[in-house]
Write a protein that binds this ligand. Structure first.
Ligand code: NAD
Length: 327
């Protein structure tokens, strides 16, 4: 007996017109909550240097029982795409499957979704962990992701100023542009100037600590978003010892996230790292004082990708723009 299945295709070019940062926030918040209830789990990450075009290729997948979402994001980084072919270097595609049958249900462009789901993660952390009276946001990093991060973060508190530092100062106008969209002033600062920030986001490709523990004021919330691979690092491990540390997924935090260094140096242990989803669920108190430093280690999990891709598929179907193929 053969039965046909509908596979929905949502091409990369259609994503921007379908999903908003607000919808990405809701999808990511829900899936973090499901992970902390053990209703959803991520599969081990596969990431390979394939020995062709200097590309890094891999898979991030998972299953969300609560949202009935099963699948994976396949993709990675092709460093010569832009210069050789005029294509962006980060390339990914999300594949969803019917958890009841294993049949494929959707294929969704993953490039813009990666930026939106990563920005949503730090935003969810700010919404749940930053002081309510946060006014100054500090950015470390000014590349492609940084613009998405800042745009989404500015919606979480009544910020009145953006400050920024970047290794390559010529990229700082990227941050000024996003601050300007929100009608906010932007100031480039030295790293010591980050002590004025109530919220800090780091989103760089750094392999060495940039921000020292002493450059962060009491009461600050920091979202470390750049470290998603073994060896990468953005902040002094002493900062994690000083902070209450939250993450999306503890197993990734200690292996590929910012916490890998503090754990390796014995400054904190795995059991010191809490799940952001537990704060969302109300089973962890989150911030308990205005003096406490909270740090979110956002490593990027497959379930984030699946959550935003599933939201896009629903929106494409609702609006009649889904490309359905019988398979
Ligand atoms: P990009 O190339 O557009 O920007 C890179 C940024 O890092 C720039 O600000 C650059 O000045 C800075 N930088 C480069 N080398 C540095 C160094 N040695 N020290 C300090 N800063 C340095 O890249 P992007 O797309 O904005 O990605 C930024 C980072 O975010 C990457 O490391 C990427 O892997 C990571 N990322 C994480 C997630 C997640 O879920 N956590 C998701 C997507 C991307």
């Amino acid at each position: 007996m053969t039965k046909t299945t509908i596979l929905t295709i949502v091409p990369e070019g259609a994503i921007a017109g379908l999903i908003t940062p607000e919808a990405a926030f809701d999808a990511v918040e829900q899936v973090f909550a499901a992970m902390a209830r053990d209703d959803a789990y991520n599969f081990p990450v596969v990431r390979e240097a394939i020995g062709h075009e200097d590309a890094l290729y891999g898979f991030k997948g998972g299953f969300d029982r609560a949202g009935a979402t099963l699948g994976l994001k396949a993709g990675g980084y092709w460093p010569h795409n832009l210069e050789k072919r005029g294509l962006i270097n980060h390339q990914s595609t999300v594949f969803l499957f019917d958890p009841d049958t294993g049949k494929p249900t959707a294929m969704v462009g993953g490039n813009l979704l990666t930026a939106l789901r990563t920005a949503a993660a730090s935003s969810v952390s700010i919404a749940h962990l930053a002081r309510k009276d946060a006014r100054v946001i500090g950015m470390i990093g000014a590349g492609h992701q940084a613009k998405f991060q800042l745009r989404a973060a500015l919606k979480q508190r009544d910020f009145d100023k953006v400050i920024g530092w970047n290794l390559h100062p010529e990229m700082l106008p990227n941050l000024e542009e996003v601050a300007g969209e929100a009608g906010l002033p932007f100031e480039a600062v030295e790293l010591d100037g980050m002590a004025d920030a109530d919220v800090i986001i780091s989103i760089t490709s750094s392999f060495d600590a940039i921000l020292a523990a002493g450059q962060v004021a009491p009461g600050t919330h920091i979202a470390c978003m750049g470290t998603d691979t073994k060896g990468k690092q953005e902040v002094d491990p002493q900062l994690l010892a000083r902070a209450t540390v939250y993450t999306d997924e503890v197993a990734q935090s200690v292996s590929i996230g910012e916490a890998q260094h503090a754990v390796a140096q014995g400054l904190i242990t795995e059991s010191d790292i809490r799940q952001l989803g537990a704060v969302i669920n109300g089973t962890d108190p989150g911030r308990t004082s205005d003096e406490q430093i909270t740090l979110f280690d956002g490593t990027g999990v497959g379930l984030q990708d699946l959550a935003v891709a599933a939201a896009v598929v629903d929106l494409a179907r609702e609006r009649g723009v889904a490309i359905d193929v019988e398979i």
